[in-house]
Write a protein that binds this ligand. Structure first.
Ligand SMILES: *[C@@H]1O[C@H](CO)[C@@H](O)[C@H](O)[C@H]1NC(C)=O
Ligand SMILES: *[C@@H]1O[C@H](CO)[C@@H](O)[C@H](O)[C@H]1NC(C)=O
Ligand SMILES: *[C@@H]1O[C@H](CO)[C@@H](O)[C@H](O)[C@H]1NC(C)=O
Ligand SMILES: *[C@@H]1O[C@H](CO)[C@@H](O)[C@H](O)[C@H]1NC(C)=O
Ligand SMILES: *[C@@H]1O[C@H](CO)[C@@H](O)[C@H](O)[C@H]1NC(C)=O
Ligand SMILES: *[C@@H]1O[C@H](CO)[C@@H](O)[C@H](O)[C@H]1NC(C)=O
Length: 764
């Protein structure tokens, strides 16, 4: 149950745990943000003050965590009335109800050009002092991906620990995996004590997700890696020389914000340089979003925070983790595929994908049935547990429609009902996107076009038949990357003038390390155990960027988190290398847009030498909070600045944030204040390359040509490294287009570097 439940959260599934707290209606966990500097003089210790504040509203509530690094305050269990009273106490900034987050569930180094670019990154000693912290389901430390043979001593100043438990020894850590902690206080306070026979109350990963993300970001190279022979080759993380620290915050019933904030607090203190969070959930103002709050203060301390964009695509405005001090990562495919063909009784053959390994089906086709016709349930087509009628599927191949329940579960349901195999067919939501799974019976997943053709064959044929033939691993698939259908999309609902996601990275069919406690499907009925697994999600794309960020950090130790992100974004590609066709969106079969991929697909060899960067300081982000008209209390909650007041004489604008991309919102209506038809953005670039002159070019593609973009000055000259130059972009919409959005691209080039920024225009 433990492992099955969590994997369910990887991709497109509604969670079965929405009512975890229902049994305990009255009390729930709250995160109490305190203004540290407003401690009354009667106290000498913050802990005593927090305790006294808590006692003033409740006799029995206990402090779960005290926060001191990325946040000031504590978490505790209160009734809503107690929480409201506490909020009015002196020095209390906010009392936020806890939120439950969900996980956003290798050939990639080669696909990303990391194999040819050894010389660009310092792989030797400097690289090995960068520490990537993963907030996830923990770690399976015995995997070879954590081999520390070529590592020197743990970096000086590292304060992390290897937390011991019955199933996790201090010796489980080494010079590669240098830290492992777990955070379960709020989880246990909410769902009850952890049952040690079903879930490890330790940093150990029962689920697989945390081991997968950790080894993707920074796993050591392991030769002869594969899943049942699929994707065979050397598996390695992005930053093979970086160190790993695992912070287990996700449990069988989800990841709780008070545990997450405690882990961020600790990870910053421990000495991590990059934090990778393949989880999310909230779409709220930043002062109510624990990940945004924790990330702000981690960023201020120089850490880079990389988060998954979410698996809410292809629905518009589904992107999460959108704070501008976070790198928000969407997902694309790579050039590797696992074909498995459906051969119909009429000889027609359709290509799908599969990671099935086991006894093959006979070559001669078997009877074939549509699940919707082998069930009495209205949603019988989906192969939900208990809905197939065994007499109607026994010995047959069953076509199940994709959606609602977990893909591998559908295969399990067919197998349990006596079916011989499964064709999993997309309906329109997922278009041509197919995700390969290690099904428990012979099965393949096909896109919508093939699915429609096969359904038509089933309808029109009295005696339909089919078989499935497996094709192993295929490399060199074109086009690649394409934007994954599940990857969450912009526009950004929290701050529409900040373009999110920032970029995309590989997130489909990714091979990386796995837990020893669950099978590759994560189903409790799956008794297979594997060292590597192939899974998909923005959960998988995020650690790619976390690892690449660690490489950049090692190559440029003086770069701020914003500089690293800028380098990743301005060098990303949005057209296929060697061609001028824009990246495809597999969900629509058409060209994708910056709302799908942000700046484009990450390109590590170019990111190491971006030419110019868009830098940002903490003060710039506070100005951004002022532009959002945040109150002093909101600013204190996010940025820990007590009594900060925005300067009444200054004009703050979100468009003034020195972001490497542009999102412009024009007002359609001519109501109060009139239609806004021109928006000015000022940007400052810092030269990190050789002296030279950069020229700007702007391209736009808006139906009807309704926008005008003017860059002033059009050229920028730099005489030395570190020099800064500013420019202004005036974006206007002289006439209203019929479309609601359009796109463009601003490029600065000195002939050697291309520093590119996407532009998204919206009319509301
Ligand atoms: C823990 O889980 C096991 C296996 O499901 C069960 O037999 C046992 O009763 C549980 N223990 C507690 C204390 O709930
Ligand atoms: C994977 O295995 C196949 C078949 O054994 C072999 O031809 C191929 O070279 C292997 N690929 C790699 C990258 O090792
Ligand atoms: C199905 O078609 C593909 C090419 O479209 C071919 O490579 C493959 O061999 C065919 N498979 C079968 C089983 O007919
Ligand atoms: C399905 O419906 C048929 C006809 O109404 C009925 O005979 C059969 O028992 C039902 N089967 C199940 C599994 O509910
Ligand atoms: C389902 O069964 C009905 C009635 O027998 C038939 O008309 C229809 O074509 C079948 N649909 C599919 C997809 O097999
Ligand atoms: C913060 O502002 C309040 C009200 O304006 C004032 O009473 C208090 O002294 C200030 N505190 C600090 C630390 O500046």
């Amino acid at each position: 149950m433990a492992s099955a439940a969590l994997l369910l959260l990887l991709l497109y599934s509604s969670s079965p745990f929405c009512h975890v707290a229902a049994a305990e209606e009255k009390r729930r966990t709250y995160i109490v943000h305190m203004a540290k500097s407003r401690m009354p003089a009667t106290f000498t210790d913050h802990g005593h003050w927090y305790h006294a504040s808590l006692r003033s509203v409740s006799d029995s509530a206990e402090i779960l965590y005290s926060y001191d690094t990325v946040s000031h305050g504590f978490s505790t269990r209160l009734t809503p009335a107690e929480a409201a009273t506490l909020e009015s106490r002196e020095g209390v900034l906010s009392v936020l109800p806890e939120v439950r987050y969900e996980l956003h569930t290798t050939r990639t180094p080669m696909f990303l050009g990391l194999d040819e670019s050894h010389g660009l990154f310092p792989q030797a000693d400097t690289g090995s002092d960068v520490v990537v912290g993963l907030l996830d389901t923990g770690v399976w430390p015995e995997r070879k991906s954590f081999d520390d043979t070529e590592f020197g001593p743990v970096p000086a100043g590292w304060k992390g620990a290897c937390e011991e438990a019955k199933d996790f020894k201090a010796t489980s850590c080494n010079r590669k995996l240098i830290g492992a902690r777990f955070f379960s206080k709020s989880y246990e306070a909410t769902v009850g004590p952890i049952n040690g026979t079903t879930e490890s109350r330790s940093p150990r990963d029962d689920e697989g997700h945390g081991t997968h993300t950790a080894t993707t970001a920074a796993g050591s190279a392991v030769t002869d890696a594969s899943l049942f022979g699929f994707a065979n080759g050397t598996a390695r993380g992005m930053a093979t020389r970086a160190r790993v620290a695992a912070y287990k915050v996700c449990w069988a019933a989800g990841c709780f914000s008070s545990d997450i904030l405690a882990a961020m607090d600790r990870a910053v203190d421990d000495g991590c340089h990059v934090l990778s969070l393949s989880l999310g959930g909230e779409m709220t103002e930043y002062y109510e979003d624990s990940i945004a709050i924790g990330a702000f203060n981690a960023m201020e301390k120089g850490l880079l925070i990389s988060c998954s964009a979410g698996n809410g695509g292809p629905i518009a405005s589904s992107v999460t983790n959108v704070a501008p001090w976070i790198i928000t990562v969407g997902a694309g495919t790579i050039d590797r595929d696992f074909p498995a063909y459906v051969v119909l009784g009429n000889g027609k053959n359709y290509t799908g994908v599969s990671l099935y390994s086991g006894k093959l089906l006979p070559k001669s086709p078997l009877p074939f049935v549509y699940a919707g016709n082998a069930s009495n349930a209205t949603d019988g087509n989906l192969c939900i547990p208990g809905t197939l009628i065994p007499e109607k599927v026994a010995g047959k191949i069953v076509l199940c429609d994709r959606g609602i329940n977990w893909r591998v579960q559908k295969g399990y349901v067919v197998r349990e009902a006596g079916g011989a195999g499964m064709v999993l067919a997309n309906a329109d939501t997922y278009g041509e996107e197919v995700v390969a799974d290690a099904h428990l019976l012979p099965a393949t997943a096909v896109g919508q076009k093939a699915g429609d053709a096969i359904r038509a064959y089933l309808r029109s044929n009295k005696n339909p038949k089919a078989t499935i033939v497996f094709g192993g691993t295929k490399i060199g698939v074109r086009p690649s990357p394409v934007v994954a259908a599940f990857s969450s999309r912009g526009p950004n609902l929290v701050t529409s003038e900040i373009l999110k996601p920032d970029l995309i990275a590989p997130g489909v069919n990714i091979l990386a390390g796995w837990t020893g406690a669950a099978g590759p499907t994560g189903l409790s009925g799956d008794s297979r155990r594997v060292v590597f697994n192939i899974i998909s999600g923005t959960s998988m794309s995020c650690p790619h960027v976390s690892g690449i960020a660690a490489l950049l950090k090692a190559a440029h130790p003086d770069w701020s988190p914003a500089a690293v992100r800028s380098a990743l974004m301005t060098t990303a590609y949005s057209a296929y290398p060697g061609g001028d066709s824009g990246l495809f969106d597999v969900a629509t079969g058409k060209a994708a847009t910056p709302f799908d991929y942000g700046a484009g697909h990450v390109d590590p060899p170019r990111a190491v030498d971006p030419g110019l960067i868009y830098d940002l300081t903490t003060e710039d982000y506070i100005d951004f909070l002022c532009a959002l008209k945040y109150t002093s209390r909101h600013i204190a909650t996010v940025a820990k600045r007590t009594n900060y007041t925005c300067d009444g004489t200054k004009t703050y604008a979100v468009s003034g944030l020195n972001y490497p991309s542009f999102a412009v919102v024009f007002q359609r209506a001519s109501g109060a204040g009139g239609r806004v038809a021109t928006v000015k953005h000022t940007r400052t670039v810092t030269n990190v390359g050789d002296p030279g002159t950069y020229k700007s070019t702007v391209t736009t593609a808006v139906a009807g040509g309704a926008v005008k973009v003017v860059v002033e000055p059009a050229e920028l000259s730099f005489t030395k490294k570190g020099e800064r130059r500013s420019y202004t972009v005036s974006l206007s919409s002289p006439s209203l287009p019929s479309v609601s959005s359009g796109f463009g691209r601003l490029e600065w080039s000195d002939g050697k570097h291309v520093v590119a920024s996407p532009i998204a225009f919206s009319w509301t």
